[in-house]
Write a protein of this length. Structure first.
Length: 157
């Protein structure tokens, strides 16, 4: 598997992926905060990453985005909800990370775009990150394993 798709595959292959994605989309559209600060030991200095997702082909209005953030080399991560074009500010321990985004249209249950970016967050301070999302292809969707527990696709293209 392409290492760039790892964060999205991790999110999509969870046992409750469909329910998780539904909750994250609902949270983004309701305007709830993305998530609490990244879980970290109490004495670890935190930096802040500001993630913005851009996608030129997405629908106008409040388009939900599912963000995943993984520490470099980790096989797990944390999922956040956001709105396309808005900036999500997330406190994380300083280090190297991999961020991925899925732009979704919940009304039509389609995946509008995917994108990813590597980022380095200083122990103190702010690190901006822009994730450009592009329209996914059918082979990429298969590679990600974006399927429900019964094997049906999670999204249409």
């Amino acid at each position: 598997m392409d290492p760039h798709t790892g964060a999205l595959a991790w999110l999509a292959q969870g046992a409750a992926a469909s329910n998780l994605l539904d909750r994250l989309v609902d949270r983004a559209l309701d305007g709830s905060p993305a998530a609490p600060a990244w879980p970290r030991p109490a004495k670890t200095a935190a930096g802040t990453v500001e993630i913005t997702v851009r996608h030129h082909g997405a629908a106008k209005g409040r388009t939900p985005v599912i963000l995943t953030l993984q520490e470099d080399g980790s096989r797990t991560g944390t999922a956040f909800s956001a709105i396309l074009g808005h900036t999500a500010r997330i406190a994380v321990p300083g280090g190297r990370y991999f961020g991925a985004a899925m732009v979704v249209d919940p009304a039509r249950r389609t995946l509008q775009g995917i994108g990813w970016s590597r980022l380095t967050v200083p122990a103190r301070g702010t690190s901006p990150c822009l994730i450009p999302a592009v329209r996914p292809s059918a082979p990429v969707i298969l590679q990600l394993g974006l399927r429900k527990a019964d094997g049906t696709p999670l999204f249409r293209l």
